[in-house]
Design a protein around this ligand. Sequence first.
Ligand SMILES: NC(=O)c1ccc[n+]([C@@H]2O[C@H](COP(=O)([O-])OP(=O)(O)OC[C@H]3O[C@@H](n4cnc5c(N)ncnc54)[C@H](O)[C@@H]3O)[C@@H](O)[C@H]2O)c1
Length: 235
Amino acid sequence: MQLEGIEGRVAFVTGGARGIGRCIAETLAALGARVASGDLVRPEVAGVLGVELDVTAEQSVDRAFAEVERELGVVELLVLNAGVLIAEPFDALTPENWHRQLAVNLTGAFLCARRVLPGMRRAGAGCVVAVGSSAGKTGGGTAAAAYSASKAGLMTLAKSIAKEYASAGIRSNAVAPALIDTDMIKGIGDFRDRIPLGRYGTPQEVADVVAFLCSNHASFITGEVVDVNGGFVID
Ligand SMILES: NC(=O)c1ccc[n+]([C@@H]2O[C@H](COP(=O)([O-])OP(=O)(O)OC[C@H]3O[C@@H](n4cnc5c(N)ncnc54)[C@H](O)[C@@H]3O)[C@@H](O)[C@H]2O)c1
């Protein structure tokens, strides 16, 4: 894939040790970005700076971004990808699991964006992409209330940032994937027959859209949520 506007830029991907985040980090690196990837355990990805990061802890966020700034420079592309799904029906949803999913999926994104946006504003440029979910539009299946609420919040956060920072030259968008073949969806059942394209998506199919949104080819796109779901949700 050839995309203009990514080569040489500093990118940070949260939750980049595995799955979709790992693929996004590899894809941006292959396009010539200088990429850092943060996760609970320091990611080991060839050609990518791995840093330890717990997005729910402000000090950890500060430490991780300071390390990236020291090693690579000011972050210009931020991918808010870290996420957890605890699939359980509302009856069984404990306050602890509610808070956990909101803390990682939504508050974690807020803490990372808050750390990065002042530098982007000073630079007069930047790009944020949040990895939301179709569940944030639909409410999910029958066992994902907290996850769905957190993703709805995250996609709205991406829109709010788009509005507040457009005049500073910063774009902010989200992707809304569904049923991408990663560890996250193992054990939630088989939904292939409910996907019009007849299969699960791949992390690469999400990473390609994230890379496009980070690139100059998306220079007039901000505040958008792009579905990547094989037709699972058509709205
Ligand atoms: N797989 C899907 O079908 C699907 C669908 C829609 C949205 N998503 C979203 O895509 C993103 C990536 O999911 P995935 O499928 O690759 O799942 P995954 O579980 O393979 O990866 C999630 C990553 O986030 C990391 N993470 C969790 N808590 C963290 C924290 N506190 N700080 C830093 N990192 C943390 C995990 O360690 C893991 O590496 C998530 O936000 C998920 O909600 C996935």
